[in-house]
Design a protein around this ligand. Structure first.
Ligand code: GLN
Length: 222
C-alpha cells in the first residue's frame, strides 16, 4: 500500500495569504520590500496586493497603511468609497498596520497643530490622540535607537520623518515602545501602528509581527 508522506504534503502546500498595501501614495515600495524580507523566515507565502480601489480588498488577511501625506491619501480614498470599505473590514477585525501618515489615518482623534481643534480621525479605529508633525518640520526629522521588549528586546533604528506624536492613549491601547516620553509603537487588538518608519530601518521584527497577526486572522476566519 502506498502512503503519502505527510512531510511531503506540507512542503508542497505551503499556504499563501493576501496582504494589502494601500497603494494611493507614499512609501509603498519600501513596505513591499520589508514585507517580502519579513516573510523569508515564516512558514507561509504572502501575495502582496496594491490596494487602490474597492475590488482590491477581496480576501485580504492584513493591510498596511504606509507613510506619506495623509491629506492626499484621504482625498483619494474617500472619493472612491475605498476608505468606507476598509473601515468596515478593520472594524470586523482585519489586521491593520499604520506607519506615520498611516497611523494618522487609523487614529480616533487627530490634531493638525498643537493649538488646533481636535478632529475625528478618518478610520477612527485606534484609540489615540495624534498630533500631526508633532516633532516639528522636515528639518526636525531624526533617527534614534528604539527597544521593543515584546519583540525580543533587540535595538532597532527608529526613523522619524515629519512624524506625528501620540499624545494620549486609551485604556485598551498597549504601548510597545516609547521615545522622548511618547509612545511610538502601539497596539490595539489587531491594529498596530508606529510613528516612525520600520520599513526604512532594515530590521524585519515589526513586519514579521504584523504578518504573524495576519496569519492568525487568516486561520481563524476560515
Ligand atoms: N506629516 C505627514 C502627514 O501628516 C506624515 C509624514 C510621514 O508619513 N512620513 O501626513
Amino acid at each position: 500500500m502506498r502512503r503519502i508522506s505527510f512531510k511531503y504534503v506540507e512542503l508542497t502546500f505551503r499556504f499563501m495569504i493576501n496582504i494589502g498595501i494601500l497603494g494611493l501614495q507614499g512609501a509603498i515600495e519600501e513596505h513591499r520590500k520589508a514585507l517580502n524580507n519579513a516573510q523569508l523566515g515564516l512558514p507561509f507565502e504572502i501575495n502582496l496586493v496594491s490596494v487602490q480601489q474597492i475590488s482590491d480588498t477581496k480576501n485580504l488577511s492584513g493591510i498596511v497603511f504606509p507613510g506619506g501625506e495623509s491629506t492626499a491619501m484621504i482625498k483619494q480614498g474617500e472619493a472612491s468609497g475605498l476608505f468606507n470599505r476598509l473601515r468596515e473590514l478593520i472594524n470586523d477585525g482585519l489586521p491593520a498596520f499604520g506607519t506615520c501618515a498611516g497611523l494618522i489615518l487609523l487614529s480616533k482623534r487627530v490634531k493638525r497643530t498643537e493649538g488646533s481643534e481636535e478632529t475625528k480621525g478618518i478610520f477612527s479605529v485606534l484609540d489615540v490622540l495624534t498630533l500631526r508633525n508633532g516633532y516639528g518640520r522636515q528639518k526636525d526629522s531624526f533617527t534614534t535607537k528604539l527597544v521593543i521588549p515584546d519583540l525580543g528586546n533587540k535595538e532597532i533604528e527608529g526613523v522619524f520623518i515629519r512624524a506625528p506624536v501620540i499624545s494620549e492613549i486609551g485604556n485598551n491601547v498597549k504601548v510597545l515602545s516609547k521615545t522622548r516620553g511618547n509612545p511610538v509603537f502601539v497596539q490595539q487588538g489587531n491594529i498596530i501602528a508606529t510613528t516612525f518608519h520600520p520599513e526604512l530601518s532594515g530590521s524585519p521584527e515589526i513586519h514579521v509581527y504584523f504578518l504573524t497577526l495576519a496569519q492568525i486572522y487568516n486561520d481563524s476566519s476560515k
